[in-house]
Design a binder for this molecule. Structure first.
Ligand SMILES: [Zn+2]
Length: 233
């Protein structure tokens, strides 16, 4: 198992601790902060959600297939008055990222799940979409009975050059950036968030047989009134 494709990856517990410490330096303490998590529906992502829960308390779930943020403005609005805020300030810490597996043969995009004899894909949705791109047959219509997959295809296609097939690491990186972009655009519509303190943590969650890792991506803490502070994770 090699993490060569993910320089800077940290064990998931270290990652969450570092993000917690970075938030603490800007006054975001767990008792006064609502955690929000946007990860894939895959149960493997619990390996990230659980340390977040241990650090911050039960998170508001933004999750969608592949970690895409399909909850929209109304979904975010549902969380806007959940932050503790007794001292007159609202504080949020948001973790939003896709995931990927590496199996024991070093195959990226695959994972050995407990109790299974074979390896399966992770992220299954991104791997399936990549196979469609490879086959040259991508259904870009919205199927009401396959909504999240349809929306994921549509959204990612906007960020992929026509006719190209990114590697699974490339596609996961595109998903990471799309998720962060969608978070920013949706949050910008939330008037109540303009006066809130918000930590935002993006990256890629990696499953291996040696445990789970996160390659940190965009990491910042915005304190209302003093702007965005990029933080080193
Ligand atoms: Zn997934």
């Amino acid at each position: 198992m090699s993490l060569d494709a993910f320089p800077g990856a940290l064990r998931v517990e270290d990652y969450v601790k570092r993000t917690y410490d970075a938030c603490l330096q800007h006054g975001l303490v767990s008792e006064k902060t609502l955690a929000m998590v946007g990860v894939c529906r895959d149960e493997l992502t619990d390996a990230l959600t659980e340390p977040i829960r241990a650090a911050w308390g039960p998170p508001f779930r933004m999750s969608g297939m592949a970690g895409m943020l399909f909850l929209g403005q109304a979904g975010l609005r549902a969380a806007q008055f959940h932050a503790p805020g007794a001292d007159g300030r609202q504080r949020y810490v948001v973790y939003a990222m896709p995931h990927i597996g590496i199996d024991d043969d070093g195959r990226v995009g695959y994972v050995h799940r407990p109790g299974q004899d074979v390896t399966t894909t992770a992220c299954g949705a991104l791997m399936a979409f990549r196979s469609e791109l490879e086959s040259g047959r991508v259904n870009s219509e919205v199927d009401p009975y396959d909504l999240e997959m349809s929306l994921m295809r549509q959204r990612l296609l906007r960020s992929i050059s026509y006719g190209t097939v990114p590697s699974i690491v490339g596609l996961t990186t595109i998903a990471r950036d799309v998720i962060l972009d969608d978070l920013g655009r949706t949050a910008a519509r939330m008037h109540s968030w303009s006066g809130a303190d918000i930590g935002v943590f993006s990256g890629i969650h990696i499953h291996t047989s040696d445990g789970d890792y996160v390659q940190p991506g965009h990491s910042s803490v915005r304190v209302a009134g003093s702007g965005d502070n990029p933080v080193d994770i």
